[in-house]
Design a protein. Structure first.
Length: 259
């Protein structure tokens, strides 16, 4: 990994903006970096700002949660190993405030660590040490992918399921209760809702939600549907809302109307 340059080097001014030093009112691509190591925050700021990305730093989980409503980042880079509030608790707190994608950047590089991070709801997982160009490429890919989901103009209402989806606020209400969903959970549910009452195959879901179809898509979709059923179904073991059929894929058990 590149050695962090000194901030006294005035010959190469970054093109991005440090939102900790500037009022973040400009509509640019924004990334918040959450890491308890100031050197890591500084390095990531330098790399991203030189790539034209506006950056903000938080050196604790609570600081990140407090800063989200001021910054409204397009993406969050999150370390897992932090004192007081660890990465998982920080992720949960952030997810209550924003559906912005979260990319884990961690020295925990074992397969089980990566799987756990992705199952937690992270959109990507980058292990330390990393190459600066790879970091920038993956950040841009995740942000671009998150912007590909196009919201309809109105609320989707599924009257026979007593459920509604509001793509503008990403709110799901079922049986008069608001349900908090992770970003990918909402995206998969929205995809099924948009195609209801038709069956939606795995390839279509993968393309619309992740922007690509790959051999791992089937297991990834199955896991997200499993999480959705746990949150939405009265009896997840006997699903009545999200139906599955071999060879066809998934569908919502409803027609829909748009308000």
């Amino acid at each position: 990994m590149s050695v962090m340059p000194s901030y006294s080097e005035k010959s190469a001014l970054p093109t991005g903006l440090d939102l900790d030093r500037l009022d973040p009112a400009t509509p640019r691509r924004r990334v918040m970096i959450v890491d308890d190591e100031p050197e890591t925050v500084g390095l990531l700021k330098y790399i991203l700002s030189n790539a034209g990305i506006d950056v903000a730093g938080a050196e604790s989980g609570q600081s990140a949660i407090d800063k989200v409503p001021r910054i409204w980042p397009d993406l969050i880079l999150l370390d897992l190993m932090m004192p007081e509030m660890d990465g998982e608790d920080t992720f949960a707190g952030i997810r209550k405030l924003t559906p912005a994608p979260v990319v884990i950047v961690s020295a925990k590089n074992q397969k089980e660590d990566i799987v756990r991070g992705l199952q937690m709801g992270a959109d990507d997982y980058i292990t330390k040490p990393f190459h600066p160009a790879e970091l920038v490429a993956r950040v841009n890919t995740v942000v671009n992918r998150s912007r590909q989901v196009t919201a309809p103009t109105g609320i989707m209402d599924f009257s026979n399921l007593d459920m509604s989806l509001d793509p503008g606020t990403r709110e799901v209400r079922i049986r008069e209760e608001s349900i908090a969903l992770a970003r990918r959970e909402f995206d998969v549910l929205y995809c099924l809702g948009r195609h209801a009452p038709r069956w939606v195959d795995h390839a279509t879901i993968a393309e619309e939600v992740w922007g690509q179809n790959d051999p791992k898509a089937v297991n990834r979709i199955k896991y997200v549907v499993y999480l959705l059923r746990r949150k939405l179904e009265l009896n997840p073991s006997r699903p009545q809302l999200i139906l599955a059929r071999e060879g066809l894929g998934y569908k919502l058990a409803s027609d829909r109307t748009t308000a």
